[in-house]
Design a protein around this ligand. Structure first.
Ligand code: CP
Length: 306
């Protein structure tokens, strides 16, 4: 069903297609031999023009666990991009060597452009402050695993909602699920972009915007914390002023429901105190591992080997 398809932004895959991926990811998680070797002979190119730990390593782990192989770069400084090679030409090269391309790039729209030049599927691993659709697959699989289903939930998003591509992709996608209410918690300078709120209004999704994390805590089923991203600020003073505006600590966790789950795409800096890691409601490290399973499901489906 997903054979040969690219994944650039939310909406490229239907809810049914994503649900099939989650079912497959759950099967892989419960049986480590499931789909082993199904990608033997396949090559994944990972082109990372921005730093990454989880996305790149989980994609590479996924392809290796499926029996395939990987090539690519983690630092554009080691590629011919530093000599002035265009993205279009880089993609043409990678597509000649590999069967599927995963790319992260600081420019919004870069993945879409790449897909137009690539004869092989392109997966967007983050394009600037725009979208990060495979993080959304990770987030939804985590909610499904830990809450039973993605429905009837109040989801709070906290931190940098302006530049947070994981927030944009997840909020847009959650809008298609049943009975989801969203609470956007951010400072004035980092509010959720209008193109997202317009999308929610169009779909008649209930949402609110607030500055106050404490007040929001008691009503949340899922709290999605995010980092204030230094790399997206033009001005260091603004970053320093805003970076520690929300810190989730044990005291604030005491305001949350017993069945709350706390997610974070990671990396975290100060926005979740280390003391929260021992709280059973802290799910962010489990979330990162689900990311590998869902990427195994994604790669095997896109490669058409299942
Ligand atoms: N969640 C995420 O995108 O993490 P990395 O930046 O480490 O890939």
């Amino acid at each position: 069903m997903l054979k040969g398809r690219s994944l650039i932004e939310p909406g490229n895959f239907s809810i049914e297609e994503m649900d099939s991926l989650f079912t497959l990811a759950e099967k892989i998680e419960s049986d480590e031999h499931h789909l082993r070797e199904c990608c033997r002979g396949k090559l994944l190119a990972t082109l990372f023009f921005e730093p990454s730990t989880r996305t790149r390593l989980s994609f590479e782990a996924a392809m290796l666990r499926l029996g395939g192989n990987c090539l690519g770069f983690a630092d554009p400084g080691s590629s011919s991009a530093v000599k002035g090679e265009s993205l279009a030409d880089t993609i043409r090269m990678a597509a000649g060597y590999a069967d599927v391309i995963v790319m992260r790039n600081p420019k919004e729209g870069a993945a879409l452009l790449a897909s137009r030049y690539s004869p092989v599927p392109v997966i967007n691993a983050g394009d600037g402050g725009h979208h990060h659709p495979t993080q959304t697959l990770t987030d939804l699989l985590t909610i499904r695993r830990l809450r039973g289903a993605v429905k009837n939930l109040t989801v709070g998003f906290c931190g940098d909602l302006k530049f947070g591509r994981t927030v944009h992709s997840l909020a847009k996608t959650l809008a298609y699920y049943e009975n989801i209410t969203m609470v956007f918690i951010s400072p004035e300078e980092l509010v959720i972009p209008e193109y997202i709120t317009r999308h929610l209004q169009k779909l008649k999704i209930e949402f609110s915007e607030t500055r106050n994390l404490e007040e929001s805590m008691p009503r949340l089923d899922v709290l999605y914390m995010t980092r204030v991203q230094r790399e997206r600020f033009f001005n260091e003073e603004d970053y320093i002023r805003l970076k520690d505006i929300y810190v989730l600590n044990a005291e604030r966790m005491s305001l949350g429901k017993e069945e709350l789950i706390v997610l974070h795409p990671l990396p975290r800096v100060n926005e979740i105190a280390v003391e929260v890691d021992d709280d059973p409601r802290a799910a962010y490290f489990r979330q990162a591992k689900y990311g590998m399973y869902v990427r195994m499901a994604l790669l095997s489906s896109i490669m058409g080997v299942i």
